[in-house]
Design a protein around this ligand. Structure first.
Ligand code: PLP
Length: 396
């Protein structure tokens, strides 16, 4: 009953943009969540690749609570320690030199587009405003990030979009090269296309893109909003390829569930932003950055990154086994704890069925089911998830 009332209010008062499942989640522990009726689910959605430590992690809560009691917000007119420490950890564990903090993936992408344009304008002239992104990509919902998103279904009805963004075919170097001009200032790539259907980038292609960008002074931008912060078993997904971009966008896992985004850049590009060029009231907020500090500490020093690697390999192995058994699985793709299975029936049917049986999963693209569980998930918990999925595959 309690459930029904809140669901009715949700439908009445919250703008209708999400098409949410009609269940009310109440609490979580580890990789499990419970709805208000007491039903338990293994959560392989994790807020869509956000809840790195799952739910109700005591050390995480304590780190945030301590910061709350000291100072919970201040303007960027002043310096606060958590933001500085998080910037230091991000820089010292990456190929980048400077960080800009914001609040979401969309904002991190918006900042990346602005930085690439500023750099282009400064170094190539005012006409160097062209950005190339990929078909089938996803970069967020603000007008800049939405324009960079290479999928019409998200853009319809929101035009005019921002000018000078072109779309190349992902993993097709010729298609990209044909779009490059003297006015290209940035190329945007996801290391694994997430929303587009869990499609990993090709290493040889990436090498060529890196070379092209270096030779033509084009900012290579990686959108690692979904793939970053341990998701693929490395702190950043680019480490799997040994190729780093000039600018990177991060969000999702960075705060483990507290909203935060970040853009990082190599010195040469970072220098193009001057005071007043970009800003965010909440960017670098002490609560969000103390959450980020704890997440990075646990990834780098608390064994979580290693677990993501090992559990990621195990999950892939189990999904490959299912593929051999069930013909409706056409492909298994991904890295670490970002895996997708391509199916030849409507994935929504399977997702609904597994939910009824106590497993939360999320779709990607037209025909893919995505696994992006907390990075603390164990092999036993994966076995639990796989057996629920298998039951669904047998019945749908
Ligand atoms: N970029 C990628 C690759 C994403 O997967 C997402 C969200 O799914 C975004 C950007 C947008 O992030 P946010 O929803 O935090 O604005």
């Amino acid at each position: 009953m309690k459930n029904q009332k809140i669901i009715e209010k949700s439908n009445k008062y919250i703008m209708n943009t999400y098409n949410s499942f009609q269940i009310q989640l109440e609490k979580g522990k580890g990789v499990y969540v419970w709805d208000i009726e007491g039903k338990k689910y293994i959560d392989c959605v994790a807020g869509i690749a956000v809840n790195v430590l799952g739910y109700s992690d005591e050390q995480y809560i304590e780190a945030i609570q301590k910061q709350f009691e000291k100072i919970h917000h201040s303007s960027n007119l002043y310096i606060t320690k958590p933001a500085v420490l998080l910037a230091e950890t991000l820089v010292e564990n990456s190929q980048f030199d400077k960080v800009f903090f914001c609040n979401s993936g969309t904002e991190a992408m918006e900042a990346s587009i602005k930085l690439a344009r500023k750099h282009g304008c400064k170094n190539k002239g005012e006409k160097a405003t062209e950005i190339i992104s990929m078909k089938n990509s996803f970069h967020g919902r603000s007008l800049g990030a939405l324009t960079a998103t290479g999928q019409q279904k998200y853009q319809e009805g929101f035009g005019p979009l921002i000018p000078d963004i072109k779309y190349a075919i992902y993993n097709d170097f010729e298609s990209l090269k044909n779009l490059v001009s003297e006015n290209t200032c940035g190329i945007i790539l996801e290391v694994i296309q997430g929303e587009g259907g869990v499609i990993p980038i090709n290493k040889e292609y990436l090498k060529k893109v890196r070379k092209l960008c270096t030779e033509s002074d084009i900012a290579l931008i990686f959108d690692e909003v979904q793939t970053g912060i341990g998701r693929t078993g490395k702190l950043f997904a680019y480490e799997n390829y040994g190729i780093s971009p000039d600018i990177i966008a991060l969000a999702k896992g960075l705060g483990g569930g507290v909203p935060i985004g970040a853009m990082m850049a190599k010195e040469k590009f970072a220098l193009s932003f001057k005071p007043g060029d970009h800003a965010s009231t909440f960017g670098g907020n002490p609560i969000a950055t103390s959450a980020g500090n704890h997440i990075l500490y646990r990834l780098l020093n608390g064994g979580v990154l290693k677990n993501a690697q090992e559990s990621g390999d195990y999950l892939k192995e189990k999904l490959e086994e299912l593929k051999k058994k069930y013909k409706i699985i056409k492909d298994v793709r991904g890295k670490g704890l970002m895996q997708g299975i391509e199916v030849d029936i409507d994935p929504k049917k399977i997702i609904k069925n597994t939910m009824e049986n106590g497993l939360l999963l999320v779709g990607a693209g037209e025909n893919v089911i995505r696994f992006v569980p907390p990075l603390i998930i164990t092999k036993e918990e994966i076995d639990g998830a796989i057996s629920i999925l298998e039951k669904s595959l047998e019945t749908v």
